[in-house]
Design a protein around this ligand. Structure first.
Ligand code: ATP
Ligand code: MG
Length: 418
């Protein structure tokens, strides 16, 4: 137990963290260029926020939440996603009072009690973006293009973008009766959960993971064909914007997405390289959510991209993330005096933002050089009595074998130049 992390969680060990940092840095750059600013919210929230926000007929709320009572008797839930918290913060901090839209992003851990498998964890990470305040389809296209930009910059190929519109409550009402009419004959075959969804939220049945429910879902009437004029125009306009940016998509009238708050646009980026859990990114419009959570009617749209699934896709496609530069200089030492000098030299170099290392294990010179090699040090230098007395030492370029004698006083300047 003590040396085993809980099921469904994964450490990022020091040798692997550069991959996360690379992706996170890229995300931050892209968000910057799109004018989205980072929001940071707590890992836990009042349970009610997610129940109301995600909808109590969703899988997440019904089965997957990490909910507990805290010592003060409050019901607390570890965030299973980021949107509800972003909306809560938007309202609590009156972000709506600033010129709209409010555009934000986050890179967060999320918690869902699921059956762990490849691409499905209990603690996973999401890059999410949200834009509040605009109902224009141009912002839908902007959001979709952001996900696309990240995938392109990472060199991911062949991800399919599927889009759909699931309309507004007005078109949904009409459609729900059609759907129920059709599903009636299958009530005996639908799973228990879907039976309870039938009255309250029949659309949710199309997102069930049960294989029989999935099969039945494949032949139902689709919402896309019952859209009202406004929703239809919105969807057509979104397609125009995507075309104008040369972003390829498929219209898939069967996507409904797993959360109840979606209206109109829904979309997914699906990878064929990572098996069953192929959805790398999912998002959509949620024009009813902010009002549901106590704000005045305000449109919104966003997506969540699973970082672990994104990484699996990169691996599946053989895309290597560039390793960071190895340490610039390793100072090996012979003797106690030299060891102390090495300590002060690496300190000075680090003050100048130059990466430098020395031994902390009392290694022999030979072992120190081996260690420097292991670290991939670009340069090495050996300090002994003579070097200290003359204040001069020899820098060796580990790649070329070239050596130069340097004044220890100017070590930093020289390292900056070469
Ligand atoms: P799925 O249908 O695969 O369960 P979802 O519809 O529950 O996904 P969202 O709630 O839309 O997913 O979350 C957005 C993204 O977060 C997903 O597309 C996926 O990449 C990632 N994600 C969701 N759940 C997990 C999980 N348990 N482990 C790893 N990544 C996840
Ligand atoms: Mg899920």
């Amino acid at each position: 137990m003590l040396t085993k992390a809980p099921k469904g969680t994964k450490d990022v060990i020091p040798d692997e963290s550069y991959k996360w940092q690379y992706i996170e840095n890229m995300i931050r750059k892209i968000c910057d260029s799109y004018g989205y600013k980072e929001i940071r919210t707590p890992v836990f929230e009042h349970t009610e926020l997610f129940e109301r926000g995600m909808g109590d007929t969703t899988d997440v709320v019904q089965k997957e939440m990490y909910t507990f009572e805290d010592k003060g008797g409050r019901s607390i839930t570890l965030r299973p996603e980021g949107t509800a918290s972003a909306v809560r913060s938007y309202l609590e901090n009156s972000l709506y009072a600033a010129p709209q839209p409010t555009k934000m992003y986050y890179i967060i851990s999320c918690y869902r009690y699921e059956k762990p498998q490849a691409g499905r964890l209990r603690e996973f990470h999401q890059f999410g973006v949200e834009a509040f305040g605009s109902e224009k389809p141009s912002i839908d296209a902007e959001i979709i293009s952001m996900a696309m930009t990240l995938l392109n910059k990472l060199g991911v190929k062949g991800l399919e973008l599927n889009i759909n519109s699931i309309g507004c409550p007005k078109c949904r009402k009409e459609y729900n009766s059609k759907l129920k009419e059709y599903l009636k004959q299958y009530l005996d075959e639908l799973c228990e959960t879907c039976n309870s969804r039938y009255e309250r939220n029949p659309l949710r049945i199309l997102d069930c993971r049960n294989s029989r429910c999935k099969e039945i879902g494949k032949n139902t009437p689709v919402l896309l064909e019952s859209l009202c004029d406004d929703c239809k125009a919105h969807f057509d306009s979104l397609k125009n914007y995507l075309d104008s940016m040369n972003i390829k998509y498929n219209v898939d009238p069967y996507i409904v997405r797993g959360l109840d708050y979606y209206t109109r646009t829904v979309f997914e980026f699906v990878s064929k390289d990572i098996g069953a859990q192929g959805t790398v990114c999912g998002g959509g419009r949620y024009d009813g959510l902010i009002e549901e959570l106590g704000g005045s009617p305000t449109p919104g749209i966003g997506f969540g991209m699973g970082i672990e699934r994104l990484m699996l896709t990169l691996e599946g496609q053989g895309i290597e993330i560039p390793r960071p530069d190895p340490v610039k200089l390793f100072i090996a030492n012979i003797g106690e005096k030299a060891e102390i000098k090495a300590q002060s030299l690496v300190y000075e170099l680090r003050q100048q933002d130059i990466s430098a290392e020395k031994d902390h294990m009392g290694k022999s010179l030979k072992a120190q050089m081996k260690y420097a090699d292991k670290l991939g040090a670009q340069y090495t230098m050996v300090l002994g009595e003579d070097e200290i007395n003359n204040n001069k030492a020899v820098l060796k370029n580990m790649k070329t074998g070239e050596t130069i004698e340097v004044d220890l006083e100017y070590l930093g300047n020289i390292l900056k130049k070469i």
